[in-house]
Structures are given as C-alpha cells and as structure tokens.
Design a protein. Structure first.
Length: 98
C-alpha cells in the first residue's frame, strides 16, 4: 500500500544528531530501507520535517520503519495510506460501477 510518512524531528535531538554527525547516516538508512518514490524535507510547525511516500507491504513493517525516527531524533511520526491520481481515477471508476 502506498503510504505517506510524516516525521517532525525534535529540534534539540536533531541538533545533536547534526552536531555528532549521525543525522546523515540515520536519514540515509531510512531512505535506503524505504526506497521512497518521493522524499521531501521542509520546516513545519517550527521544526525539521520530512515527507516520504513509499510502498508498505504489510503493517508489521511499521515498528522497524518508525523506530529510527523515534530513537534517532525523538520525532513525531504519522503514517497515512495515500493514492496517486491514477489510483483516484480507478477508485472513482469503481464507484460509478457500483
């Protein structure tokens, strides 16, 4: 299932990760593991935030996916199933056939 992950990093924890050089390794590990179709980084609600769109095969993957953010940067993490435009059109087409 296509999934949107939003992680808002704790500022003091992220500052420390940048200072001690672990931020790049943590983010590289997350991106290597998820292989997202899209990855965006911004500021939101006053903190460093990333948005990743990736394919989650099963819910049992969630702990391994989010723990890197929790442990590495004390992040607030959200996961949401999402659709692209093709998925939307397919879903709307199925509505008209029901």
């Amino acid at each position: 299932m296509r999934t949107l992950l939003r992680a808002r990093l704790d500022t003091p924890a992220a500052n420390e990760a940048i200072r001690n050089g672990t931020m790049a390794d943590t983010m590289r590990g997350v991106l290597d593991r998820l292989r997202p179709e899209a990855a965006y980084f911004t500021c939101m609600d006053g903190g460093r935030t990333c948005f990743l769109v990736f394919e989650m095969r099963e819910p049992a993957e969630m702990p391994a996916l989010v723990e890197q953010f929790f442990l590495g940067m004390e992040a607030e993490v959200e996961l949401h199933p999402v659709m692209n435009a093709d998925d939307l059109w397919e879903g709307l087409g199925a509505l008209s056939q029901a």
